[in-house]
Design a protein around this ligand. Structure first.
Ligand code: PHE
Length: 331
């Protein structure tokens, strides 16, 4: 018995040889079984038991040797030792990208196409072509970043510059949305940042009216914030639109009853809009006697804040994974 337990073999061939020697039909155990017939009747019970034990021990030992020989075997050579040993973690999209994609998607379904332009711009596309007078405060160093030694070259402070770039080389009908990063010379705090993101829209064609603008913005608000969302337009002023308005949506938290989010008013301001000033159309080579248009612009951070209730704007640009991994999106 101990002899069987001490059997040794290191290759699969050696193990097989042992198996044949002990366990095969002509093996030693089989011949012991044969001899069993001649065992006197009174010993049969004990000898039978011993034989069965021996067979079990031999089988177990040979299986053990077989397993050990297989580990050293080249069957395992194709295991990839460079593979990452832990489950690979997938990244998530940035919340601003998620919201931007959602906005772009909604307007795309209404026939708007994407337009893009440079972040480092000239005064003409950011201000002059947009009907800002020379002494407009937005042109001030307090609001605008200038490229040193080139007072005409600035970081764009709104994506209206992309609208100017589209108009200067396209005749109506024009229907574009321009998402992008913009820069303003502000002290960084929880509520303001020196850069943020906007989506602006422009539609120029024959007979475009304020009614069209209102309808598109209502559809947008309901797609973005839910079918029950209401909108409210308040008169406002922008150099490039006339008339101009600011749009509020019914509070996304209380639905209009008044809560901390909307400071009791029931409304949340989300964008600026208006009819494109004829002077802007003319400055960009579009005949204002033939065409009219509307434009709107919103901050992506603002929309993301309403959607996710982010308390501090700085979180969007700090790249803290504990913040970022909370956001998931299908697109
Ligand atoms: N350009 C404006 C801004 O940056 C937004 C806006 C766009 C307002 C188009 C009206 C029309 O604040």
């Amino acid at each position: 018995m101990t002899e069987v337990q001490a059997l040794q073999a290191s290759t699969p061939e050696e193990v097989e040889a042992l198996r044949i020697k002990y366990l095969s039909k002509r093996g030693e155990l089989a011949s012991l079984m044969n001899d069993f017939r001649s065992v006197p009747a009174e010993l049969k019970r004990e000898v039978g038991q011993r034989l069965n034990e021996l067979k079990a021990v031999a089988t177990e030992r040979i299986n053990e040797l077989k397993a050990a020989a297989a580990v050293g075997n080249d069957d395992n050579a194709d295991i990839d030792l460079t593979r990452t040993p832990y489950p690979v973690k997938l990244g998530t999209r940035h919340p601003l990208t998620i919201v931007k994609n959602e906005i772009v998607d909604i307007f795309s379904r209404m026939g708007f196409t994407l337009a893009d332009g440079p972040e480092v711009e000239d005064d003409w596309h950011v201000y002059s072509s947009m009907n800002f007078p020379d002494d407009h405060p937005a042109r001030d160093m307090q609001d605008t970043f200038f490229v040193e030694a080139h007072p005409d070259i600035i970081l764009r402070s709104h994506t209206s510059s992309v609208q100017a770039r589209v108009m200067e080389h396209t005749q109506p009908p024009i229907r574009v949305i321009c998402p992008g990063r913009v820069y303003r010379n502000e002290a960084v705090s929880a509520r303001a940042h020196c850069f943020f993101h906007q989506v602006e829209g422009l539609y120029v064609d024959r007979n475009v009216s304020f009614r069209d603008l209102k309808q598109v913005l209502l559809l947008f608000a309901q797609e973005m914030f839910g079918a029950d969302t209401q909108i409210r337009l308040r008169p406002s002023y922008f150099p490039f639109t006339e008339p101009s308005a600011e749009m509020d949506v019914s509070c996304t938290i209380c639905g209009g009853k008044g809560c901390a989010m909307c400071k009791g008013s029931g409304w949340l301001e989300i964008l600026g809009c208006g009819m494109v000033d004829p002077a802007v159309l003319e400055a960009n080579g579009i005949d204002s006697t033939q065409y009219t248009g509307y434009a709107f612009g919103m901050g992506i951070e603002r929309i993301a804040n309403l959607k996710y209730q982010v308390r501090d704007l700085r979180l969007f640009s700090e790249n803290d994974v504990r913040f970022l991994e909370q956001f998931t999106a299908a697109n």
